[in-house]
Design a protein around this ligand. Structure first.
Ligand code: NDP
Length: 290
């Protein structure tokens, strides 16, 4: 049958949620966590407790890591490297693409294979139909363990370069974090006139919903490096960005975020691109403005 013996190393909110989902789907799970007491809940739910990382590795066809970063992985696995040969490891911890590429080499040197993943949903969504996970690295690992990994969330395979999963992850999280910070910033702006965030909310939601409609054209212009959108020129959009900055400053709210946005427009204008479409900011962020 397609039940896979899984070792789950790392039992923060994500590791615990994945363990519970795997157990519920009938996969046996052996767990190890640095702080042993954190395993108590999932052990009560049916997971087996490993005394050491080596024991966890030895019990598994598939090793899943869910840690704060890749440094935690080296802290845990160094000293247990003999147990790695022949193992298949999926690291679902967040880190930079370069660190994940380096880790792929580290496992190869120890006779193991690494599939890199990035879980794109919070712990409470893990194991539900809304959950999805970016993967990169050896495709055959994903295919061989599709049953167990599919329990965590829908796999989205991005390619053989192990760095891709965390590159996409960090890029998407950047959109997420920037937009969330912008919402709080905007709420602070209107709060200076006694407007509550709840009153302002429908306006922010309408704008958030409309942003996706700008992206297809922006993507085409980014790829073509051609920015014909004179209807929304850098000069016009940049003047708007300066007004946001001045309004924030006058209101006494933080200026970090509007300053950063205005700076992109200023540099595009300074390079002589004021009459081009706003997507010429692509040249500023790519750092090869000519
Ligand atoms: P944490 O990021 O808090 O990770 C906690 C785990 O890492 C614990 O098991 C902790 O052990 C272990 N750990 C950290 N440092 C070390 C170390 N030096 N040596 C040994 N173990 C260490 O928990 P989450 O479960 O929230 O996140 C796991 C990963 O999933 C992260 O990379 C996060 O970015 C990512 N993620 C999280 C989401 C979320 O909503 N929480 C959503 C999507 C992705 P101990 O218990 O002993 O401290």
């Amino acid at each position: 049958n397609d039940r896979t013996a899984v070792a789950m190393i790392g039992l923060g909110p994500m590791g615990q949620a994945m363990t519970r989902a795997l157990l519920a789907a009938g996969h046996p799970v052996t767990v190890w966590n640095r702080t042993a007491a954190r395993a108590d809940g999932v052990v009560a739910a049916g997971a087996a407790r490993a005394a050491t990382p080596s024991d966890a590795l030895g019990a598994a066809e598939l090793v899943v890591l869910s840690l704060t970063d890749y440094a935690a992985m080296y802290d845990i696995l160094s000293g247990h490297e003999d147990a790695l040969a022949g193992r298949t490891v999926v690291n679902l911890s967040s880190d930079t693409p370069d660190r994940t590429r380096e880790a792929a080499r580290w496992f190869t040197e120890r006779g193991a294979r690494l599939l890199v993943g990035g879980i794109m949903v919070p712990a409470e969504v893990v194991g539900t139909p809304d959950a999805f996970v970016y993967y990169s690295g050896p495709r055959e690992v994903l295919d061989a363990h599709a049953a167990a990994l599919g329990v965590i969330g829908r796999p989205e395979y991005l390619g053989a370069d192990p760095g891709l999963a965390q590159l996409y992850y960090q890029a998407v999280i950047h959109c997420f974090l920037s937009a969330l910070a912008a919402f709080l910033h905007a709420s602070a702006m209107v709060a200076t006139a006694g407007v509550s965030a709840k009153e302002f909310l429908p306006h922010a939601v309408a704008m958030a919903d409309s942003i996706s409609s700008y992206l297809p054209e922006a993507a085409g212009e980014f790829d073509a490096r051609d920015y014909p959108g004179e209807q929304a020129s850098v000069a016009m959009m940049g003047a708007g960005a300066e007004h946001v900055l001045e309004t924030s400053r006058a209101a006494g709210v933080d200026t970090t975020l509007p300053e950063a946005v205005a700076s992109l427009y200023r540099r595009a204008v300074a390079a002589g691109h004021g009459a081009r479409g706003w997507t010429v900011l692509s040249e500023v962020v790519r750092h090869d403005l000519t």
